[in-house]
Design a protein around this ligand. Structure first.
Ligand code: ATP
Ligand code: MG
Length: 463
């Protein structure tokens, strides 16, 4: 049963974990899709700005024209590769402010509702002439050469398009009195990037509903699982307690019943019938066992009362006096056992209002427990505060581990250890004591550790 329950709990937790992973995966996918569709939409809005705005177009033409002249010089070997790139940077830098201004002007007309920046990066510059393929710049996978547009960090950019500027040049030039012919093809590849201010916040906002809903569903499923597991554990505990109780009561009933059956058998025998003294003894045994059985049944019935069902008949008693009498009786009942009972009473006796009968039984239950569970010394102390009186019963017995303490006052509960099961009991004593003190609007607390004895503190408010 326990193994089955544990398996069930582990399987449910694993199921919940798997569900969370699937949910996380789906949310991540939705995020990617939303991001893609958002970038596509933004791209659609801005893709034409660069190519179809006349002012931007003329800026593009201007740098291209100047750059071609630089390349002409390079093809005639009058300048170096490095110089070509430095020139390109100088040309674009000089035009960049105008470019950004025009771009932003155009962007304003789109009314996007969010801030957007744009820039172009160079990925490849290749010159092909009749002899060779000459790579002037190669950005590989990570283009680093910004051409036109605003500066923004690489990790924030969203690539929107690639473009190639392909042109052919054929010209002649007089150098040092000689006419030189030159021909080349240019492949100028660029990539366009945009940066949208807080684009991830925008995408998250679009997913807010979904995130909240999945969180609620997750909480709901988690709550259900938690509730079911808790229920399962409680049910298991109740069923264990019931089984224990049935075992205990059967055990308790067995002895008087066996004695009764023996006594009946004896009563049938002629020698007993004819022997007056033997007959009386046997009848006494039957009587005693009958009383014992009756007591057991009464104990179960009476001690099962809840505090609301207890009707108190409170009377005025002097605490020291009341406790003195109670402990004297208790000492008589344990006379043959070697147990020391210490008393620390109040300096000045006080009057309290309690139901003598119920409180006596409640305290005796605790005192009997101390003796039952291994104490050789019991120390009863009384305290008087402004609001309540306290009766503390301290013993040096086997003690109770922390995790068992929460259940001690439950009906039929007994600490599940071998030592305890050697001691008879129904697990009703502390339940009953607690109900009695509760009926007096007080409470019982316990301080104990395994093998370190126990202190039961009974607090009753003064009226
Ligand atoms: P009964 O109904 O006959 O009193 P019981 O003594 O087993 O049976 P409770 O008095 O309710 O039942 O006590 C519940 C359990 O708490 C006991 O079975 C025992 O394990 C533990 N317990 C109670 N008092 C002490 C104590 N002073 N020291 C150690 N364990 C204790
Ligand atoms: Mg008891």
């Amino acid at each position: 049963m326990t193994q089955k329950n544990n398996l069930l709990i582990i399987a449910s937790i694993l199921g919940l974990l798997a569900l969370s992973v699937v949910q996380g995966y789906l949310i991540k996918n939705t995020y990617m899709l939303k991001k893609e569709s958002f970038v596509n939409k933004a791209n659609q809005e801005v893709s034409r700005i660069d190519d179809y705005t006349p002012e931007i177009d003329s800026i593009n033409e201007a740098w291209q024209r100047t750059f071609i002249k630089t390349l002409d010089k390079y093809s005639l070997k009058t300048i170096s590769k490095k110089k070509v790139l430095t020139r390109l940077r100088t040309i674009t830098d000089s035009l960049n402010d105008d470019f950004i201004k025009e771009y932003e002007k155009e962007l304003k007309t789109k009314k996007l509702g969010y801030g957007l920046q744009f820039h172009k990066k160079v990925t490849n510059i290749i010159l092909i002439d009749s002899i060779q393929i000459d790579t002037i710049f190669k950005g590989e996978n990570k283009p680093v050469f910004k051409l036109l547009g605003s500066d923004f960090k690489e990790q924030r950019d969203l690539q929107i398009s690639n473009s190639v500027w392909h042109t052919e040049r054929s010209f002649t030039k007089k150098i040092g009195g000689k006419v030189k012919r030159s021909f080349y093809q240019l492949y100028f590849e660029t990539q366009d990037y945009i940066n949208i201010d807080q684009w991830n916040t925008i995408v998250f906002n679009q997913m807010k509903g979904l995130l909240v809903l999945s969180f609620i569903v997750f909480l709901f499923v988690f709550g259900l699982l938690y509730y079911s597991v808790k229920n399962l554990i409680t049910q298991k505990r109740i069923s264990d307690i019931k089984t224990d109780f049935i075992n205990n009561i059967t055990h308790e009933l067995k002895t008087p019943l066996a004695t009764l059956s023996l006594a009946t058998k004896m009563l049938k025998k002629d020698e007993v019938k004819s022997h007056r003294e033997l007959l009386d003894n046997t009848i006494h045994t039957v009587e005693r066992q009958n009383i014992r059985l009756q007591k057991l049944i009464d104990q179960v019935l009476d001690n099962s009362l809840g505090y609301k069902e207890i009707t108190l008949q409170k009377e005025s008693v002097f605490l020291n006096e009341f406790m003195q009498a109670l402990l004297n009786d208790f000492c008589l009942s344990i006379e043959e056992k070697d147990i020391i009972v210490k008393r620390s009473f109040l300096k000045d006796d006080i009057e309290v209002f309690v139901d003598k009968f119920y409180v006596t039984t409640a305290l005796l239950n605790m005192l009997e427990n101390a003796v039952k569970y291994g104490a050789t010394e019991v120390h009863v102390s009384l305290y008087n505060t402004t609001t309540h009186i306290e009766i503390s019963i301290k013993d040096n017995g086997i003690g109770i581990s922390k995790n068992q303490q929460a259940y001690l006052f439950d009906k039929f509960y007994r600490v599940p250890t071998k030592e305890v099961h050697n001691v008879k009991g129904l697990g009703l004593g502390l339940y009953y004591s607690n109900q009695v003190i509760k009926a007096h609007e007080g409470d019982i607390t316990i301080e104990s550790r395994e093998n370190k004895g126990a202190i039961f503190k009974v607090k009753i408010p003064k009226i």
